[in-house]
Design a protein. Structure first.
Length: 85
């Protein structure tokens, strides 16, 4: 027997988020203040901006977050190395 996909699941998830709001969970921690989130129901991805507001995770913002994460990790590795020495 074949399974038929009607698309009602996606419509229900969008309706749920529209009615009750999104339920975000952290998917990636960029710095102590900037994180990336994803809605557990509909899969919408957002990130915190400079002011701390949630904004849509565009390819440009994803690239900025990746660069910021690299700079943040290099800086903290250098700081940890200096403390050990």
């Amino acid at each position: 027997m074949k399974k038929m996909h009607t698309g009602y699941g996606a419509k229900f998830k969008a309706f749920y988020c529209g009615l009750f709001g999104h339920h975000y969970s952290v998917t990636k921690k960029i710095t102590n203040h900037i994180k990336e989130y994803e809605c557990i129901h509909c899969g919408k991805q957002v990130s915190t901006d400079v002011k701390g507001n949630l904004s849509k995770l565009t390819p440009q913002r994803r690239d900025i977050n990746r660069t910021l994460e690299n700079l943040y990790s290099k800086r903290h590795r250098a700081t940890a190395h200096q403390q050990v020495a």
